[in-house]
Design a protein around this ligand. Structure first.
Ligand code: F6R
Length: 612
């Protein structure tokens, strides 16, 4: 989705802005632009295509301004083009605006502005914003110091939808104004300079101190001060939060792609997520105050998320139900929010979001909260929107995840959910203590077992090379391996553009087996000893019909006549996804690389999906 960067300080803004945009490239975009204040007037430079194109624009090197805003656009309203790229001016070139999100009532606002004599040069929803600001600014006959802020505020109150907005103005050339509603935006505090970005990693090399705006909070920035206002323009206090992430986390650090680096970072991400939550045999969540009585009162747990995060939820359903004996429903956020689910105060609603900014997941959380359920957010980003909405927030410690295809966030989410299930189950005293002890031991051993898996990549690489031209693949599994098959399939689709399906092995016979023919590739995951024999039967069925089969297993299935068996270490079934997903991530990665695709920024995808 779109990315925003801003700078106000004493350095040349243009280079900081363009570098910031390059760090946001992973979010997905089709055009880019910047605006700076040059001798009290605004200069906009923008174009279709890659951020790098900005360096070739005539005059870009002559920009000397030290205040500026910047944007990467992921087209929603209007095709990718120079005119539709941000920043956008008002009709008098007094205001430049960049915007993330969607203005749902832009058609009405546009018509009203046209009636008032305004004209539009783009097809975007965004262009109504600078013109509305212009309108309110001209209506205000006072000489108020905060006249621009007032105009921005009035304009924002007319907007329906989601927005993160940066505004610079020739009428107030020493300031910048930012505001957000349901769209991400962070403010980085420096020394006599301040930064804006849609994501922390974009500006992590400049500062570790961040402000997080709530909906409809306005920030008026100057070089050495940031003032915050509510919708009545009454000044409010906001604390900074320090982010522990190392800026190296947002660099490739010698790896060819961020995705590969992040796959290899999984042992450390799992270790960090376990952190001090599991020590001396005890699982501790200081952030939670769930009593035994509260947990006993629950008749349902919802786990709600999108994409990979939802797949982590499906994995953890098994462990929650086994340890806590509470029914768990895992739901896609975009479905959950519109299907009127049965929720009350006896429901615990858990939301998983790496970015913490996924629009559907946040909306689904607000729904459960409004119906009296306690809401718990699991996110990787401190201060992200979802964590500000939820009753409780707990964090994975995966570090910045830059590749669009999620890897280390997924395994960190499973780790945290496992710890959470153990925490709840110990309070409830509903599970066998030996079982819990074994899970804790295995969780602590998981990072080194993932390291083992990561040492054994040559066979996967070879198999990926062999099948990279295929058009369709199947991922099969039973029980928890079925959950992993869904994620393996998603990874492959996303970055290799090969159609694939994750299927429950036992369900194959009920239809999809019709698609199995000579040469079709099937990847079968078999880690649950109780289900291995059944999975083998299913694999035999596809081999008989000519399929090429890759098996990922912790059982001794080598030398049994299968084409390729990737052996992974043994571990409790409930947490085996931490290991079994790794060969599948690598498989998708090597296929994408073999096909010469853009592994880290696959087509049409955005890292953080901040619109519905
Ligand atoms: C897949 C992927 C997406 C995200 C989904 C939710 O590799 O990254 O499916 O998992 O868009 O994103 P978050 O976790 O940020 O809410």
């Amino acid at each position: 989705m779109c990315g925003i960067v801003g700078y106000i300080g004493n350095k040349k803004a243009s280079s900081i802005l363009i570098q910031g945009l390059q760090r946001l490239e992973y979010r997905g975009y089709d055009s880019a632009g910047i605006a700076t204040i040059e001798k009290n007037s605004i200069k906009i430079m923008k174009d279709k295509g890659r951020v790098n194109n900005l360096y070739n624009l005539e005059g870009i090197d002559n920009l000397e301004g030290t205040i500026g805003i910047a944007h990467t656009r992921w087209a929603t309203h209007g095709k990718p083009s120079k005119d539709n790229a941000h920043p956008h001016y008002d009709n008098d070139n007094m205001f430049a605006v960049v915007h993330n999100g969607i203005i749902e009532n832009y058609n009405e606002l546009r018509s009203e502005l046209i009636e008032k004599g305004y004209h539009f040069v783009s097809q975007t929803d965004t262009e109504v914003i600078p013109n509305l600001i212009n309108y309110y600014y001209k209506q205000d006959k006072t000489k108020d110091d905060n006249k621009v802020l007032k105009a921005v505020k009035n304009a924002c109150m007319d907007l329906i939808g989601s927005f993160a907005i940066e505004v610079i103005s020739s009428e107030s050339p020493e300031n910048m104004i930012v505001v957000r509603k349901d769209s991400p935006l962070v403010i980085g505090k420096g020394y006599k300079e301040n930064y804006i970005a849609s994501d922390i990693p974009a500006i992590l090399s400049y500062t570790k101190d961040f402000y997080f705006l709530n909906d409809y909070e306005f920030a008026l920035l100057s070089r050495d001060k940031i003032k915050f206002y509510d919708t009545n323009l009454v000044e409010i206090d906001k604390p900074t939060k320090s982010i522990e992430w190392d800026s190296k986390g947002a660099e490739k650090d010698g790896y060819e792609h961020f995705m590969l680096k992040e796959i290899y970072e999984q042992p450390i991400a799992i270790r960090e997520t376990i952190g001090t939550r599991l020590s001396n045999g005890k699982v501790i969540f200081d952030e939670l105050d769930f009593s035994k009585e509260y947990l006993q009162s629950l008749n349902k747990i919802f786990i709600v998320a999108c994409g990979t995060a939802m797949h982590a939820g499906i994995v953890s359903k098994t462990i929650f139900e086994r340890l806590c004996k509470i029914p768990v429903e895992v739901e896609i956020a975009s479905e959950f929010r519109y299907r009127d689910p049965l929720i009350d105060e006896k429901t615990l609603a858990i939301y998983i979001s790496q970015s913490g900014e996924t629009a559907d997941t946040i909306a689904a959380l607000k729904l459960a909260k409004s119906k009296g359920a306690k809401t718990l957010a699991i996110s990787n980003v401190i201060g992200s929107s979802i964590t500000r909405e939820a009753d409780y927030s707990i964090y994975t410690h995966a570090g910045p995840e830059i590749a669009v295809a999620s890897t280390k966030a997924y395994t960190s989410q499973i780790t945290l959910l496992t710890l959470l299930a153990i925490y709840c189950s110990e309070k409830l005293e509903r599970a066998d203590s030996d079982k819990i002890t074994k899970l804790k031991e295995d969780l602590l051993e998981a990072p080194s077992k993932v390291e083992e898996v990561l040492k054994n990549t040559s066979q996967i690489k070879k198999f990926a090379k062999k099948v990279h031209k295929e058009k369709d693949m199947f991922f099969l599994g039973r029980g928890i391996d079925y959950a992993v098959s869904l994620e393996g399939s998603l990874k492959l689709k996303e970055i290799s553009y090969i159609h694939s399906e994750g299927y429950a092995s036992g369900e194959l016979k009920h239809g999809p087996i019709a698609l199995i023919d000579t040469g079709v590739t099937v990847i079968s995951i078999m880690t649950d000893p109780k289900l291995v024999e059944k999975s083998i039967s299913n694999v035999q069925e596809v081999i008989t019909r000519g399929a090429k089969v890759l098996i990922v297993t912790n059982q001794d299935l080598e030398n049994k006549g299968f084409e390729l068996v990737i052996k992974i270490p043994e571990i409790s079934t409930e947490i085996s996804p931490l290991l079994s997903i790794v060969p599948l991530q690598l498989f998708a990665y090597y296929i994408s690389k073999e096909k010469g695709l853009d592994v880290d920024k696959p087509r049409n995808l955005a890292k953080s999906v901040t619109v519905e």
